[in-house]
Design a protein around this ligand. Structure first.
Ligand code: NAD
Ligand code: UDP
Length: 328
């Protein structure tokens, strides 16, 4: 039986990956410090005989007694609001955390896959974004803490691959959504769905002409699974190229949720990318992967999840309290 360590296991993507690898017959070790994650995402796995959970901050030295075949490094705040509120933790988990995991992978002779992001392209001047585009990132802007941590993460991973011959994989994940996203994480899909459910107006930032391309979680997990098992060490984009403006997307959510609320416009956050769409030719060619779940189907499944949350969760304070995790 193969053993895989998944960091960020209590988060949105990490928990879906734990489910997938358990279903594939792996022994899964989840690791998380719950800074942006939630235990409820993995509660259903805790009694599973092939699942083990370790509470740990990956920016501290990591010791795992078990043999490891694979490591997936998914620990990192991922929403712009989260990483603006915990900028130092974001920089540390992408840099020190990745360094620790590379060391662990080297010790265990395990293959390490890191979760990179379309944010390495910044506010892109090339559209759609292929893997050989170097990006347009403001290093000192508010999003720089995330973007640069992820760019460093890619660099150090490639250095371990080239210098130590470590088996590594890099996935550049484009906006992914689905059940288990945190309703109050500030990302656009939980934000709009929470607003619709609470009977509030939908907050579109700027004029809403910026674009995103949303990928359903099951498609993303399938793509990550194929990248891990491929023999390609350089970055691969995984996302759904179906691009939409945020204003049109808000109108779709109004229709889906049948809310009587309307759109209100708020200031555009600093350095908010104006366009984003993955070029997935490489994933198609190397992995024979294409997304299968369209926005209508994926949004319906996601809304069904949010609709079933308790009133308490729906009205829980707007943003997570990080104070327990911040070292004084
Ligand atoms: P998430 O916030 O739901 O999950 C991240 C998890 O990592 C949380 O459970 C959090 O508690 C944990 N974590 C953070 N810092 C940690 C630390 N120092 N030690 C241990 N655990 C820690 O976010 P997500 O959307 O599931 O994102 C997961 C990964 O995928 C991140 O690396 C993110 O950058 C990447 N990614 C996600 C998307 C997306 O659209 N969801 C897009 C691009 C990249
Ligand atoms: N956005 C919005 N209203 C919200 C939240 C987000 O208009 O309440 C916009 C945001 O400015 C960005 C897009 O939606 O242009 C996607 O934002 P998200 O935070 O989900 O992720 P990003 O792709 O910016 O990392």
């Amino acid at each position: 039986m193969k053993t895989i360590l998944i960091t960020g296991a209590a988060g949105f993507l990490g928990s879906h990956l734990c489910d997938r690898f358990i279903a594939e017959g792996y022994c899964v070790i989840g690791m998380d410090n719950f800074i942006t994650g939630d235990k409820k995402n993995i509660n259903h796995l805790l009694k599973h005989s092939n699942f083990k959970f370790i509470t740990h901050d990956v920016t501290e030295f990591i010791s795992v007694p078990d043999h490891l075949d694979y490591i997936l490094h998914f620990a990192s705040p991922a929403s712009p609001i989260d990483y603006l509120k915990i900028p130092i933790q974001t920089l540390k988990v992408g840099s020190l955390g990745t360094h620790n995991l590379l060391g662990l992978a080297k010790l265990k002779q395990a293959r390490l896959l890191i979760a990179s992001t379309s944010e390495v392209y910044g506010d892109p001047l090339v559209h759609p974004q292929p893997e050989d585009y170097y990006g347009n990132v403001n290093t000192i802007g508010p999003r720089g803490v995330y973007d640069e941590a992820k760019r460093f993460q890619e660099s150090i991973t490639m250095a371990y691959h080239r210098f130590h011959g470590l088996e590594t994989r890099i996935v550049r994940i484009f906006n992914t959504y689905g059940p288990r996203m945190r309703l109050n994480d500030g990302r656009v899909i939980p934000a709009f769905m929470g607003q619709a459910l609470r009977g509030e107006n939908l907050t579109v930032f700027g004029e809403g002409l910026q674009t995103r391309s949303f990928c359903y979680v099951d498609d993303q997990v399938e793509g990550i699974y194929r990248v891990l098992l491929s023999n390609y060490a350089e970055p691969i984009n995984i996302g759904n190229p179906d691009e939409i403006t945020i204003k049109d997307f808000a109108l779709e959510i109004i229709k889906l949720t049948k809310t009587h609320q309307k759109i209100i416009f708020k200031n555009l956050p600093v350095n908010d990318p104006m366009q984003r769409q993955p070029d997935i030719s490489l994933a198609k060619k190397l992995l024979n992967w294409v997304p299968k779940i369209g926005r209508q189907e994926g949004m319906k499944k996601t809304f069904d999840y949010f609709k079933n949350l308790s009133e308490e969760e729906l009205y829980k304070s707007e943003h997570k309290d990080f104070s327990n995790h911040i070292k004084k």
